[in-house]
Design a protein around this ligand. Sequence first.
Ligand SMILES: O=C(O)CCC(=O)C(=O)O
Length: 285
Amino acid sequence: MRQSHSGDGVAAHILIVKKLDEEMRLTEEQRFFFDIKGYLVLPDVLDEDIVERLKAYINILETAPQSLPPADRGLPGGPAAELIDHPAVMGALEFAIHENRDKIRLEAAHCSIRTAGDTPPLGPHAGGRTVNPNYSYQYHDGCIFAGMTRVVFELNPVSHGAGGTYFKPGSHKANFPIPPAVKNIGHALFETYGCPAGSMVVFSEAVCHSSAPWLDESRPRIAIFYAYNHINLRHHKPAFNPDVIAGLSEPRRRLFHEVYHRLWDTRAERDPVGVHRASRQGAVR
Ligand SMILES: O=C(O)CCC(=O)C(=O)O
């Protein structure tokens, strides 16, 4: 674990662990860190080539989307599709949301571009007890069952304290509401990270977190944000371009399943009028 202290007094205890295990599942150390803090930074997940392709793609999406084929006109199309089921992403989500990837949905995607002087989009939010299942964070029988879980890809290097996302570690398990005096990113209970381009940040939406002013005058923050959730939950209004989803491979399209358990894919059509006569052949599982 690397510990650092930024000049502005914000303590940071950043676990810089590049190595995922061979199947790209989180290591024991990474799992412990994510569970106790509510977030994790994985440096250098993407190589330079895809980072450059992603930046070029984002630039065209912003400036001339009509020049792209219909299936690429929106996130997560083009090279951004390669990220949605990246082994490092699925390894983290199978740990945080559900070990069965059929129970994981992708419900929102956007790219945030910020330059020095821009207003940060969001102040500190989430953390503490809640009955909202999207912000749930539960542990049961050796597994975590979190609701909405964010995966962020930083496409430019982030200097520590210069505008990466801030977190209040442990606040996804807090029993008391967060006092207003502690709810600003200058407070010592907040921490953040620095990382190279191509790094991945994963966090539970249950942890108190915040945008921060981008202070680096030499380059913008370019970060792709994906919001994943449990198959039975949704926080965002559906907004994907259907041409983009239709253009994905079948395994990737499965991440855009509607908000219901997959067993209804076969059961619902058996009872289209809603009258259920019990069978004598035993329960259907
Ligand atoms: O802008 C950021 O760095 C954090 C974004 C955020 O708060 C969120 O995705 O919920």
